[in-house]
Write a protein that binds this ligand. Structure first.
Ligand code: ASC
Length: 150
């Protein structure tokens, strides 16, 4: 084989394997939808518990808030792999697939915001927690406005 052809064939093989891996992660689109919704559900539960503390509806307990913030930060990395091609549906707006760059930017903004919230929560500084919670909450809402069906 000529070098150019070898490169072309190898590139095609790598791309095909990559696409196969993305599809193989979930058997059916419904599995991807269930996965991402589950991650968001558990994330929202922990985020809501921190929210109750921030709003003064629940007492502040450093270990509890730190644990919930760590859960949110961890889970914030998971849903995105379940928005692959062919997994349209659920509460996801079509814009996720038609403007992937915008969705990725919004998802990264949220992940950074909850990483900051986690840092604040581990430090135990309540003012920082409050501030970081507000920013994270806005990042949730902004993404929902554009990408989540009402
Ligand atoms: C939550 C939750 C969300 C966000 C969002 C913040 O607790 O379930 O989706 O906070 O309401 O604006």
């Amino acid at each position: 084989m000529k070098l150019q052809k070898i490169i072309l064939v190898s590139t095609a093989a790598v791309l095909a394997i990559g696409a196969g891996a993305a599809l193989a992660q979930f058997q059916k689109p419904e599995d991807a939808i269930k996965y991402r919704q589950s991650a968001f559900t558990v994330m929202a539960n922990s985020f809501g518990k921190i929210g109750a503390v921030v709003k003064g509806e629940a007492p502040y307990n450093k270990d509890e808030v730190a644990k919930n913030a760590a859960v949110v930060a961890m889970l914030s990395t998971l849903p995105w792999q379940a928005f692959g091609p062919g997994t349209e549906g659920g509460k996801a707006q079509p814009l996720i697939w038609s403007d992937g760059a915008k969705f990725k930017a919004a998802s990264e903004k949220m992940q950074l915001a909850v990483a900051d919230l986690n840092k604040a929560a581990q430090s135990g500084d309540q003012e920082s927690i409050k501030k970081a919670f507000g920013i994270a909450s806005t990042s949730c809402k902004n993404c929902h406005d554009d990408f989540k069906k009402k």
